[in-house]
Write a protein that binds this ligand. Structure first.
Ligand code: URA
Length: 235
C-alpha cells in the first residue's frame, strides 16, 4: 500500500485484479469486509490498520490478535461445533473469525485457553522444544499419596504413543486435590497420568500456560493480551 490512508475503491484497484469502478459492484454484492463488517461505500477509508477481506481472502493484515479465555465446562475447544457452544462463541472481537486455538482443553476441563490469528506464535507455543509449562489444578476420586510425585517425576510410559511422559511436577494440596505442571500436552495427558493409578480425575482446571496466568479472569470471560505480553514467550 502506497499511502497510509486510502479510499476503499483505490485500495481495491491497487491490491486486487478489480478496477476502481468494479468496487461499487463488489460492495453491492457484499464481497468486501472491512474490520469484519460488510463494506457499504467506495469512500470508506482504509487505514494502516484496517483489515480488508475480499471474497474471503485477506488483502491486508491487521494487527495480530492474542486472547486469553477462561473456558467453562461444556464448551468445545473448537471454532465450530454442530451441537455445543465453542470457545469462539465466548469471544467478542472484530477479528474473531480469524482466530484459532492454541492448545485445546477437553469438553469438561475448565481454564486457560489461548486464541490468536498469529500462526507463528501458536506454533512456537505448541512446539515441544519450547517446553512451555502448563499448570493444572486437579480434583481426584481417590486420595493421593507421595508415590504419585515420584512416578510423575520419573515419567509414565504411554504405549499408544510408545514414549514416556516428561518429568512432571506434582504438588499435593489436600488428600483429593493437587497442582500438576507439565511441559508437554499429549492427548488427555492429565487424565491418563492419574489413570496410571486408576484414580479418576473429577475436575480439571488449567491455571497457566507459560507466563500466561488466569489471575482474576472469571469463567467464560476473555481478555486481550498486548503484543508486548504475547512477545514474552520464551525461546
Ligand atoms: N489433560 C487432560 O486430560 N485433559 C485436558 O483437557 C488437558 C490436559
Amino acid at each position: 500500500m502506497k499511502s497510509k490512508t486510502n479510499r476503499l475503491d483505490r485500495f481495491i484497484s491497487q491490491n486486487s485484479a478489480f478496477s476502481l469502478s468494479d468496487t461499487r459492484l463488489l460492495i453491492a454484492q457484499k464481497r468486501i469486509l472491512l474490520d469484519g463488517c460488510v463494506a457499504h461505500s467506495i469512500h470508506q477509508k482504509v487505514t494502516e490498520f484496517t483489515h480488508v477481506v475480499l471474497d474471503g481472502n485477506c488483502l491486508k493484515d491487521n494487527n495480530p490478535v492474542y486472547i486469553m479465555l477462561n473456558k467453562p465446562q461444556g464448551v468445545v475447544s473448537a471454532t465450530k461445533d454442530p451441537k455445543h457452544s465453542t470457545v469462539l462463541d465466548l469471544i467478542q472481537h472484530p477479528q474473531r473469525g480469524e482466530l484459532h486455538i492454541v492448545g485445546r482443553l477437553d469438553f469438561n476441563t475448565t481454564g486457560l485457553v489461548l486464541l490468536t490469528n498469529d500462526g507463528t506464535w501458536s506454533r512456537k507455543i505448541s512446539l515441544p522444544e519450547t517446553k512451555l509449562a502448563k499448570t493444572y489444578e486437579v480434583t481426584l476420586a481417590k486420595p493421593l499419596s507421595n508415590e504419585y510425585i515420584a512416578v510423575f517425576r520419573k515419567g509414565i510410559y504411554f504405549s499408544y504413543e510408545n514414549n514416556t511422559t516428561r518429568p512432571a511436577c506434582l504438588e499435593i494440596l489436600s488428600p483429593y486435590t493437587a497442582r500438576l505442571t507439565l511441559i508437554e500436552g499429549k492427548y488427555h495427558q492429565v487424565k491418563r497420568m492419574f489413570g496410571f493409578f486408576q484414580n479418576e480425575v473429577l475436575a480439571l482446571h488449567r491455571v497457566s500456560v507459560g507466563q500466561f496466568s488466569l489471575g482474576e479472569l472469571e469463567l467464560g470471560h476473555s481478555k486481550l493480551l498486548s503484543t508486548a505480553e504475547a512477545a514474552l514467550v520464551s525461546d
